[in-house]
Ligand binder design. Structure first.
Ligand code: DAT
Ligand code: MG
Length: 147
């Protein structure tokens, strides 16, 4: 079954909308298979965002993601990588549609509430980067046959 990495960024944790964000994914029908609140190290932040290391905003991005705890999750479900990205909305909140997480809760591109893996390859890389195998669970949800 497909898995993705999703993280509520420091702005989302500070604004007390972790539950709101998690709830959207739960209600959609995705299964949480791992979750933790953590303070991100500079090393982890730089590795996570390595594809952006030449971009002018890289320093700010690393400073932001390490500024306060994040809530990291692994979600599982059919087509979850693409669906979670759709639920997040466009990167820049000025372009994200109402009804999406960024569209409903964010105003600035620097503080856009949530991260989600952008492809199956990124999801695999990010899940391995953020979670140890033993932190991920396997369990059956009895309602899954209705989802
Ligand atoms: P996404 O988070 O939608 O995958 P991304 O991978 O292109 O977007 O960029 C990672 C994060 O970097 C993004 O969530 C917010 C920040 N960012 C992207 N473009 C930016 C820009 N032009 N100025 C400032 N921050 C930016
Ligand atoms: Mg990205």
């Amino acid at each position: 079954m497909e898995r993705t990495f999703v993280m509520v960024k420091p702005d989302g944790v500070q604004r007390c909308i972790v539950g709101e964000v998690v709830s959207r994914f739960e209600k959609k029908g995705f299964k949480i298979v791992g979750a933790k609140l953590l303070q991100v190290s500079k090393e982890l932040a730089e590795e996570h965002y390595e594809q952006h290391k030449e971009r002018p905003f890289f320093g700010e991005l690393v400073d932001f993601i390490t500024s306060s705890p994040v809530f990291a999750m692994v979600l599982e479900g059919n087509n979850v990588v693409t669906s979670a990205r759709t639920m997040m909305g466009a990167t820049n909140p000025k372009d994200s549609a109402p009804g999406t997480i960024r569209g409903d809760y964010a105003v600035n591109i620097g503080m856009n509430i949530i991260h989600g893996s952008d492809s199956l390859e990124s999801a695999e890389r990010e899940i391995n980067l953020w979670f140890k195998n033993e932190e991920l669970t396997q369990y059956d949800v009895t309602v899954s046959k209705w989802i």
